[in-house]
Write a protein that binds this ligand. Structure first.
Ligand SMILES: C[S@@+](CC[C@H](N)C(=O)[O-])C[C@H]1O[C@@H](n2cnc3c(N)ncnc32)[C@H](O)[C@@H]1O
Length: 301
């Protein structure tokens, strides 16, 4: 296979990508042309929101498009057609390079090993055997939605579940708010919880949660946030500090008297801001820490 590299200005990237796909590209990836230079600028985007550069521009100032073609003839033809297009005078061909054949599936899989939550509770990709000491195993493969167990925020929530669930008196209801892959909801189910609602603003996350729940043989209800209803003995939310602040009244409203609220996605320096936002309803404390992230937990009076 051959990779065609093009330098494109912001604003044209989407159109050029589409054109490359129509010209038989097998895949197109876009990278920041200013990466590793003083002009490199991060782009931000909440899940489901358009990425922004600075305040309003979508994408990077200059982008490198890398298009994969079956052979050199197709790549050269595509470059010729694009350069002949009127109005794309800022488009430059950077070069063609052969791409070595790889076993992409094996390469991707090798990056995901089983994740230890406790000695006996593990997250294990489908292509791995569970470790011998694992007594509770969640089968989970990387997908479109966040939550494979490799992020400290997810791990802290799962550790909390493992440390607080009592299989003799399982939680009769659990709310996983911002469920992503459904990892926390499934974790709660594997610890005996029933009546689980897993909600997310991203429909891809909802679908992923349903598929992962089925793969693990657990029952839960997944849907958009308005599916959360009534009060729960346990409310888990691993989002980010800014949305968690806005969601304070709503999340606290879903915690039953004596119930627990577990929040993650919060950096050490955001502890005071968050505890203050939740103080009218629940006194939050640091329940766990890992790699600069904290878990804030509290009980509703
Ligand atoms: C960091 S991921 C956490 C996923 C998973 N719960 C975990 O612990 O790994 C945050 C999830 O929250 C969702 N999210 C962000 N803002 C939200 C909001 N206002 N309401 C509901 N879900 C939200 C995102 O779509 C994303 O799937």
């Amino acid at each position: 296979m051959v990779e065609l590299m093009l330098l494109a200005p912001a604003g044209e990237v989407e159109r050029i990508s589409d054109a490359l796909m129509e010209l038989d590209a097998l895949a197109v990836t876009v990278e920041d042309a200013d990466a590793d230079t003083p002009d490199e600028a991060p782009i931000f985007g909440e899940p489901g929101m358009p990425a922004t550069f600075g305040e309003q521009i979508r994408g990077w100032r200059h982008s490198v498009l890398k298009a994969l073609f079956e052979n050199e003839t197709l790549a050269t033809e595509a470059a010729t057609v694009l350069l002949a297009e009127e109005g794309w005078s800022d488009l430059h061909v950077q070069g063609l390079a052969p791409v070595a054949e790889q076993d992409w599936v094996r390469l991707t899989q090798s990056q995901f090993d089983p994740v230890r939550i406790t000695d006996t509770f593990w997250i294990v990709p489908s292509w791995h055997e569970p470790p011998a000491q694992a007594r509770r195993v969640m089968r989970l493969d990387p997908g479109l939605a966040f939550g494979t167990g490799t992020h400290p925020t997810t791990r802290m929530c799962l550790r909390w579940i493992a440390g607080h669930a009592d299989v003799a008196t399982p939680w009769p209801r659990v709310l996983d708010y911002g469920c992503g892959s459904g990892i926390l909801a499934i974790g709660a189910a594997l610890h005996g919880a029933t009546g689980i609602d897993a909600v997310d603003i991203d429909t891809a996350a909802v679908e992923s949660t349903l598929a992962n729940a089925q793969a693990n043989g657990v029952t839960l209800h997944a849907g958009l946030p308005d599916q959360a209803n009534g009060s729960y003995p346990v409310v888990l939310a691993n989002i980010l500090s800014a949305p968690l602040k806005l969601l304070a009244p709503l999340l606290c409203g879903h915690v039953e008297a004596g119930g627990s609220l577990v929040l993650a996605g919060i950096l050490e320096r955001q502890i005071d801001e968050l505890t203050e936002a939740y103080a009218p309803w629940i006194a939050l404390e640091v329940g766990d820490r890992e790699d600069g992230w904290v878990l804030l937990t509290g009980r509703r009076a």
